[in-house]
Unconditional design. Structure first.
Length: 102
């Protein structure tokens, strides 16, 4: 019974599409997040003067809004992934379940 279910999954084109699309999208967002995060870390390591420079006449430096951007960016791309997962990925998963159970 269990092997039959596995074979149905392996031959389902929606399953292959789901794996391909979800993996590609996940890796793209991972790469984007790594670019932002490690870019910030490299900026800290190699251009401390820029991050310590004041943004205006107040006391805030450039490091504070850039660090906040990294945090907000993380929340935004998580929301983007969840939104796409709730639409496209859930629809494909439902189609796979319907076909396999039949």
């Amino acid at each position: 019974m269990h092997d039959d279910l596995v074979q149905k999954l392996k031959t389902d084109p929606n399953y292959h599409r789901l794996v391909k699309v979800r993996s590609r999208f996940g890796w793209a967002l991972t790469g984007l997040m790594m670019l932002v995060y490690y870019g910030y870390i490299l900026l800290i390591a190699f251009d401390k003067e820029f991050l310590a420079a004041k943004t205006g006449t107040g006391v805030m430096t450039w490091g504070m809004p850039i660090g906040l951007f990294v945090i907000v960016f993380t929340v935004v791309i998580t929301g983007i992934y969840v939104r796409r997962a709730n639409k496209q990925f859930d629809d494909l998963t439902s189609a796979i379940q319907a076909r396999v159970q039949a």
